[in-house]
Design a protein around this ligand. Structure first.
Ligand SMILES: Cc1cc2nc3c(=O)[nH]c(=O)nc-3n(C[C@H](O)[C@H](O)[C@H](O)COP(=O)(O)O)c2cc1C
Length: 180
């Protein structure tokens, strides 16, 4: 049975990973805008991906609610962000802030590093990022995390790699094999 891979993506990073996953597992790919609970019900597994915006996973709550209304069996979550995958402590915080203790146990969740794309950003988000960049630049006594962040958000960068999608793909395929 096919998996449904859903993305909500403002600047393309999450979409890129969703496309890769859908191709690797021969799943169907959809923009969250087009998805309904009825559509989800046509699948055994639903994968949802969203970008991190101020620490929150874009669209996760709505997608989870929709999944609960549907008759699909499994929900797998991924998030993309500007934070590199090595920043495991920061990523742990993201999961804790977005998922309940119960969800942390029940929902397989994966982080995939993306980047920053000023060219595709909305005007308001570009303004926010530029302001943050200025404030951080001026701040004295930055700790190493702040220093790294200040450097990182100065301009666009892309640190996506299919490597980071592999753990999710493995989880997805193992689940399918166990069922048959
Ligand atoms: C306003 C704004 C806030 C962001 N906040 C975070 C954040 O809290 N943590 C993070 O790792 N990345 C953050 N990012 C970077 C995005 O999460 C990253 O570009 C992500 O891959 C975007 O995915 P999308 O293009 O699919 O929407 C932020 C970007 C913008 C524009």
């Amino acid at each position: 049975m096919k998996a449904l891979i859903i993305y909500k993506s403002k600047t393309g990073f999450t979409k890129w990973y969703a496309e890769f996953i859908a191709k690797e597992v021969d799943g169907n790919l959809m923009d969250f805008k087009e998805v309904t609970a009825e559509i989800m019900s046509g699948y055994d597994v639903v994968v949802y991906g969203g970008g991190l915006y101020a620490g929150m996973i874009n669209g996760y709550k709505k997608a989870k609610e929709m999944f609960e209304k549907s008759s699909a069996n499994r929900f797998i979550l991924f998030a993309t962000g500007g934070t590199p995958n090595e920043a495991t402590k920061e990523i742990e915080e993201v999961w804790k802030n977005n998922l309940s203790a119960e969800e942390l146990q029940a929902i397989p969740h994966f982080y995939m590093q993306g980047g920053i794309c000023y060219e595709k950003m909305s005007f308001s988000n570009r303004t926010i990022m530029k302001m943050m960049s200025k404030v951080l630049d001026k701040k004295k006594d930055k700790d190493s995390t702040e220093e790294g962040f200040a450097q990182a958000i100065k301009s666009s960068y892309d640190i996506t790699s299919s490597e980071y999608a592999k753990p999710l793909i493995k989880c997805l395929l193992e689940g399918i094999q166990h069922r048959h």
